[in-house]
Design a protein around this ligand. Structure first.
Ligand SMILES: *Cc1c(COP(=O)(O)O)cnc(C)c1O
Length: 461
């Protein structure tokens, strides 16, 4: 291996990150334009690795979004804390198969420590089992697979052996504002569409509506609750949700892709009180923990249900020491990337107080953004800013709001996306990056307000 290739490549990465803050926060070229810059016919003969890397760096220019930078507020997109990025480089260089303690003792040990720390930080039961997935989507699939197994087992049905044909029907109840990945998880698991449970104006499931829905039926039931609505940041009333579910013997799965991180902050933890009483949890590492893509976390209170849904068994997989962690027992993947390295590195670098500070800081910055925008008579904040999400409406008008989103994106000082919230257009701002500062928020708020200048005010203003 020629060391100069990797040194040069590291230099490309370092240069990119050193200047990520200088240019526009969004992409300046479309996917179609980037495609035109790539070799599109599969070459017969290869070329030198240096040339491949140099060409790739050139071709993607303008097509990268500055999501590692401090003023990218789209979706719920964290950056990468330096220790996690560095450890992720090592994960690629070491190229361990993080399948089991035999395929990589190091990947098994590091992931074992990382998931223990995650449970501790997020206030989850010490006895829960946990795995690192590609993201919250697969964490939802995994948690709900354990749920499916357990509720059917309690009804005397072994879904692993007998499948779903002829099984007792499983009722799935989800908040009306549950994330779309819950629907896909249920589709993959053959559980069908969830029965929606009424939500309030912030997107929180109404616990009384859940209790009524549970009382209206019987048999195996799964409740999909949420910590952190992807638009408003609102969290379901988890204590009441768990209490209602307990009364009816239902399993509670919490999709806390980013909102569960409130539990890591003493100041914000009351917002997710009751989460620890659930049966399974899904969250992300690549959002608020700021580890590189891809990384999600699933935890299940009953390791037996988790194992029954996920573990593999074959003679050639036998482990000399059964006490050592087999990472693959807790997720839907066999061979896999060593996601434990960047998670361990992020947690080791931040420490418990550093994670709390990261979460608190993003929420304080979201409130700062909301007040800066609210000061403009043309802007209205649509949500209670309880976490890191801010929803903004322009001139009380859908078309003006959509036009403002485009104008802000074109300006490039910051990047935010559009959404629909309860039938109305909104600009959606998510502050999830470890490197965002008060100056970044002030600069962005000024740019958003300035972008309105180019839009005709609605008649009457
Ligand atoms: C982002 C998100 C997901 C999906 O997470 P991925 O990491 O994209 O798979 C699920 N639920 C909620 C509430 C989210 O915010």
């Amino acid at each position: 291996m020629d060391p100069s290739l990797l040194r040069q490549t590291a230099e490309h990465a370092v240069q990119y990150l050193a200047h990520v803050d200088d240019g526009p926060a969004g992409a300046t070229r479309s996917a179609t334009e980037v495609r035109a810059a790539l070799a599109t016919v599969l070459p017969t003969a290869g070329v030198a690795a240096e040339q491949v890397v140099a060409e790739l760096v050139g071709a993607v220019r303008g097509g990268l979004v500055a999501s590692p930078g401090p003023r990218y507020f789209g979706f719920v997109t964290g950056g990468a804390v330096p220790a996690a990025l560095a450890a992720d480089w090592l994960a690629a260089a070491w190229d361990q198969n993080a399948f089991s303690a035999v395929s990589s003792p190091a990947a098994s040990a590091v992931e074992a420590v990382a998931v223990e720390w995650l449970k501790d930080l997020l206030g989850l039961p010490a006895g829960a089992s946990a795995g690192l997935t590609t993201g919250a989507q697969m964490a939802n699939v995994t948690g709900l697979a354990a749920a499916r197994h357990a509720v059917l087992a309690r009804a005397g049905w072994d879904v692993a052996a007998a499948g779903l044909s002829g099984a007792p029907p499983v009722r799935v109840l989800a908040g009306a504002e549950a994330h779309v990945t819950i629907q896909r998880a249920l589709r993959l698991l053959g559980l069908g569409a969830a029965t929606p449970v009424a939500a309030d104006g912030q997107g929180r499931m109404r616990a009384e509506a859940l209790a009524d829905a549970l009382a209206a039926g019987k048999g195996p039931a799964i409740v999909c609750a949420q910590a952190g609505n992807v638009n408003t940041g609102a969290c379901d009333p988890l204590e009441a949700v768990v209490a209602a579910a307990r009364e009816h013997g239902a399993w509670v799965h919490v999709d806390g892709a980013f909102g569960l991180w409130a539990a890591a902050s003493p100041a914000l933890a009351p917002g997710v009180a009751g989460a620890a009483g659930a049966d399974s949890w899904a969250t992300d590492g690549h959002k608020w923990l700021n580890v590189p893509y891809d990384c999600g976390v699933v935890a299940v209170a009953d390791p037996q249900a988790h194992r029954a849904a996920m573990a593999l068994d074959a003679a050639y997989l036998a482990r000399p020491d059964a006490s050592e962690r087999s990472n693959s027992d807790w997720v839907a993947e066999a061979s896999r990337r060593a996601r434990g390295f960047p998670v361990y590195a992020a947690l080791r670098a931040l420490g418990r107080s550093g994670v709390a500070d990261l979460v608190d800081r993003c929420c304080a910055l979201a409130r700062r953004m909301a007040s800066a925008l609210e000061a403009d008579p043309r802007l209205e904040i649509l949500n209670e800013v309880v976490l890191n999400q801010v929803l903004v409406r322009v001139d009380d008008d859908d078309a003006a709001t959509d036009a403002a989103v485009t104008a802000v994106q074109r300006d490039g000082t910051c990047w935010l996306g559009g959404t629909r919230w309860q039938g109305r257009a909104a600009m959606r701002i998510s502050i999830s990056n470890w490197s965002t500062t008060e100056q970044d928020v002030d600069r962005s708020a000024a740019a958003i307000r300035a972008a309105l200048g180019g839009l005709a005010p609605r008649s009457g203003w």
